[in-house]
Design a protein around this ligand. Structure first.
Ligand SMILES: [Mn+2]
Length: 197
């Protein structure tokens, strides 16, 4: 099978980001965004999705974490879209419910070709480390638009903000892993009555 991987670079006045992903990897990650908690989340995304992932992000962190987190989401979405290629033979959608102690978070995804985010996390602290918790929504919104995919993130329970966010990233990783997997019954065809994704 041809390896499904891509590398994408985006440079603006605010950030300079390169992400490489192999959807059929082993969960090997090298991540440096300058934001410790974002590195932790992207390492988790790679490990639990079995994606090989390289993330190099240099952002204007002297402003705040906004541009770096949002733009990392954009570049990750672009890399996922490029790695999926023509989407022929993939399962296309999947959902996963991730427990993490007190937290239980569901993520459902569809590589439909349409961007959409439904976000429902109840985060109660403004920051985890130097990561602004309001940026979780912006990150997944950016991924959904750049990858042209539906993303649902829904908290079913949880109190600890670190656990809730980490469960969301791990649920998302598992949903993407399953949805991007090839289903041999499709025999290389698209899972769509429209014939387009
Ligand atoms: Mn953790």
């Amino acid at each position: 099978m041809e390896e499904r991987k891509a590398s994408y670079t985006r440079t603006t006045g605010e950030t300079d980001i390169t992400i490489a992903i192999n959807l059929d990897g082993a969960g090997v990650a090298s991540v440096d965004t300058g934001i410790g908690f974002l590195d932790h989340m992207l390492n988790s995304f790679a490990k639990h999705g079995f994606f090989d992932l390289s993330v190099k992000a240099k952002g204007d962190l002297y402003v705040d974490s906004h541009h770096t987190i949002e733009d990392t989401g954009i570049v990750l979405g672009k890399a996922i879209k490029e790695a999926l290629g023509d989407k022929k033979g993939i399962k296309r959608y999947a959902s996963f419910t991730m427990p993490m102690d007190d937290a239980l978070v569901l993520s459902a995804v569809d590589f439909s070709g349409r961007p959409y985010l439904v976000y429902d996390l109840n985060l109660t602290t403004p920051k985890v480390g130097d990561f602004d918790t309001e940026m979780v929504k912006e990150f997944f919104y950016a991924v959904s638009y750049a990858a042209e995919m539906n993303i649902h993130i829904k908290q079913l329970s949880g109190d600890n903000n670190h656990h809730i966010i980490e469960a969301a990233f791990k649920a998302f990783a598992n949903a993407v892993k399953e949805a991007s997997r090839l289903d041999e019954r499709l025999d290389g065809n698209l899972l769509s009555t429209k014939g387009a994704l």
